[in-house]
Design a binder for this molecule. Structure first.
Ligand code: ATP
Ligand code: MG
Ligand code: MG
Ligand code: MG
Length: 562
């Protein structure tokens, strides 16, 4: 590709609102362009790298026996109502109406769509297992879109869904996908770790996240310094507290909820039923305030907690309103130890509300266990423990250390959650109807690109690994008015391409300094410069990663590159 014909709008200055290296560099090197908060255009260079990530993913999915489809982004509300996620997903779900007033969601994920399809077309156990995937645009109205492509509101995901007749079959495919994921992230050149995640079940390897190790990661990994135990912090805490007895259980009737008007407002804001809303809201038990914690069914409860906070941002923007609502003053309340996941979303009035709500520390923590679609009980964990560095590792070997991670992939044994709620069944050997047992497997494609950029850079710009570089070679003509240089550049451009190299040819009429700066910023693995010595048939070759430079005769170039 001739650089004069493509679109690479490089920037000299670091964009003010880009906090992390990868975001700054992808903007500065002309890979991406923001259109609105959390919404980006992938310009030609990013598009090429995304294609390469996708190619790796497709090859590994093929190896794992997954078949590719492309499902619609626009999904009828009815499907989401069947699974009840219409009520539990909260404001992250982008909702819209068509001209007839029918409601739709823009897919944040596709369990409902794929389950409805399989339910229609696969009736017999003989057709199972099946593993179906797609690479597609997803929509999530994130509370805090940030870090460029890392947390977008529109982003590219590979999502796969598997259907089984038995747990054993699910285990088998889950293991295959685990291997595929390891291969994918290894081929992307990433420094990553697979960690245990909370699946909402009792434990074991029912859910794992693939975390790229990075200081800017939003997740905390708890790992052992003496074994290969590694879990996300929420999961480590679940295991840590597993043996705690529940001190007392209180029936629903004893829980006095906050005033009805607020619940109605919040429920209409969240687009959830008032009942759902009550379950996830701040509650008053006897004379103490308690709030829902992130536990159990990750997908539902995690989001519900965020909903509470989202809602409170809108509903209780004013401190005195919160005080009035909670019937207490902030002055009397001390600081609280809260898990990271909640802290992230807690600011201003919300932080104040959390403080007021919990008014607690590790020693008198109250914990509401929310079971979706069932009544809940209030359990009091007198010694609920937030895991700390230096704690004994849950596997009994060594002590816990923390690291930061970027979640690039997530594999999950769903069981019959969706097939039960959507009445999706197959007929077994005995002609009996059974719910499909399901797994789901996601990879953030655009997030992976960012994670690579975050790990592969230096002071001068990006440093792409060969397999993901938008082009292999940056061919630079120093002076495009010099016929000899132009001739040699064109000859080399053709012969490199004929030999299978992908070449970006900087044929722009720009100063050499500009070309070299741009070239370092873009970060292709090899730079070939055609300058003054073109008349002698000599070119300069530079390795972007090591900075090594050498001059070679044009005839020695191809053998050197091999
Ligand atoms: P996070 O914890 O970062 O919000 P998630 O657990 O909500 O992610 P999943 O539902 O597990 O995400 O989706 C599968 C994958 O999609 C994630 O592992 C991640 O790589 C990617 N992903 C999720 N949300 C985003 C986003 N807002 N922008 C870019 N990629 C995302
Ligand atoms: Mg999320
Ligand atoms: Mg997550
Ligand atoms: Mg996840």
């Amino acid at each position: 590709m001739r650089q004069s014909m493509t679109l690479i709008p490089t920037l000299r200055e670091v964009p003010a609102d880009a906090e992390i290296k990868s975001h700054q560099l992808l903007l500065r090197a002309g890979f991406i362009k923001q259109i609105a908060s959390g919404i980006y255009t992938y310009l030609p260079l990013a598009k090429r790298t995304l294609d390469k990530v996708e190619k790796i993913v497709r090859e590994e999915m093929e190896n794992a026996g997954a078949a590719e489809v492309l499902m619609p982004s626009l999904q009828p509300a009815e499907l989401w109502q069947e699974s009840e996620r219409w009520y539990s997903y909260g404001p992250e779900l982008m909702r819209m109406k068509d001209r007839h007033g029918r409601e739709f969601a823009l897919g944040p994920t596709h369990e409902e769509v794929i389950t409805s399809i399989i339910k229609d077309v696969v009736q017999s156990y003989k057709r199972l297992p099946l593993n179906i995937y797609q690479i597609q645009t997803k929509f999530r109205d994130e509370q805090r879109p940030r870090f460029g492509l890392l947390r977008g509101r529109e982003f590219i995901m590979k999502d796969a869904y598997s259907f089984h007749t038995s747990k054993e079959s699910l285990d088998e495919v889950y293991d295959k996908m685990y291997t595929a994921y390891k291969n994918i992230f290894t081929r992307c050149g990433l420094d990553f770790r697979a960690v245990l995640a909370d699946s909402g079940a009792i434990g074991g390897k029912d859910s794992q996240e693939f975390m790229v190790l990075s200081d800017i990661g939003e997740d905390t990994i708890a790992y052992s310094d003496a074994s290969d135990y590694a879990a996300n912090i929420e999961m480590a805490e679940v295991v840590c507290n597993d043996d705690k007895p529940s001190v007392e259980e209180k029936p629903l009737e004893k829980v006095e909820t906050i005033n009805q008007k607020t619940i109605e407002q919040v429920s209409s804001f969240l687009n959830v039923s008032p009942r759902e809303c009550i379950k996830s809201l701040v509650l008053k038990v006897d004379d103490e305030f308690v709030m829902v914690l992130v536990r159990g069914d990750h997908e539902v409860n995690d989001i519900k907690v965020k909903n509470v906070l989202n809602a409170s941002l809108v509903e209780f923007a004013d401190e005195s309103e919160v005080e009035e609502l909670l019937g207490c003053s902030f002055g009397s309340i001390g600081p609280v130890g809260l898990p990271e996941t909640i802290k992230v979303y807690a600011d201003n009035a919300v932080q104040a509300m959390i403080n007021a709500t919990c008014g607690a520390n590790e020693n008198n923590y109250h914990y509401i266990n929310v079971v979706p679609n069932r009544d809940f009980s209030v359990e009091s964990y007198a010694d609920f423990r937030f895991i700390q560095e230096g704690d004994p590792s849950p596997d009994g070997q060594g002590t816990i250390r923390f690291a930061r991670g970027i979640e690039v992939g997530h594999i999950f044994k769903l069981g019959t959650k969706y097939s039960d709620s959507m009445d999706a069944k197959f007929l077994d050997e005995n002609g009996r109807a059974q719910s499909y047992i399901m797994g789901c497997y996601g990879i953030g494609i655009s997030r992976t690109l960012t994670a690579v950029a975050e790990q592969c850079n230096d002071d001068n710009g990006l440093v792409w690994p060969v397999d993901l570089a938008p082009y292999h070679i940056h061919l630079i003509s120093v002076n495009v008015k010099d016929d000899v240089q132009v001739q040699l550049s064109n000859d080399l451009y053709d012969s490199l391409k004929q030999n299978g190299y992908e070449v970006l040819h900087d044929d722009r009429n720009e100063r050499p300094g500009v070309k070299f700066k741009d070239s370092d910023l873009i970060g292709l693995p090899v730079r070939i410069t055609i300058g003054k010595k073109a008349s002698e048939g000599i070119v300069e070759v530079k390795d972007r990663k090591t900075g090594e430079m050498l001059e070679v005769s044009k005839d020695d170039l191809l053998p050197l590159l091999k």
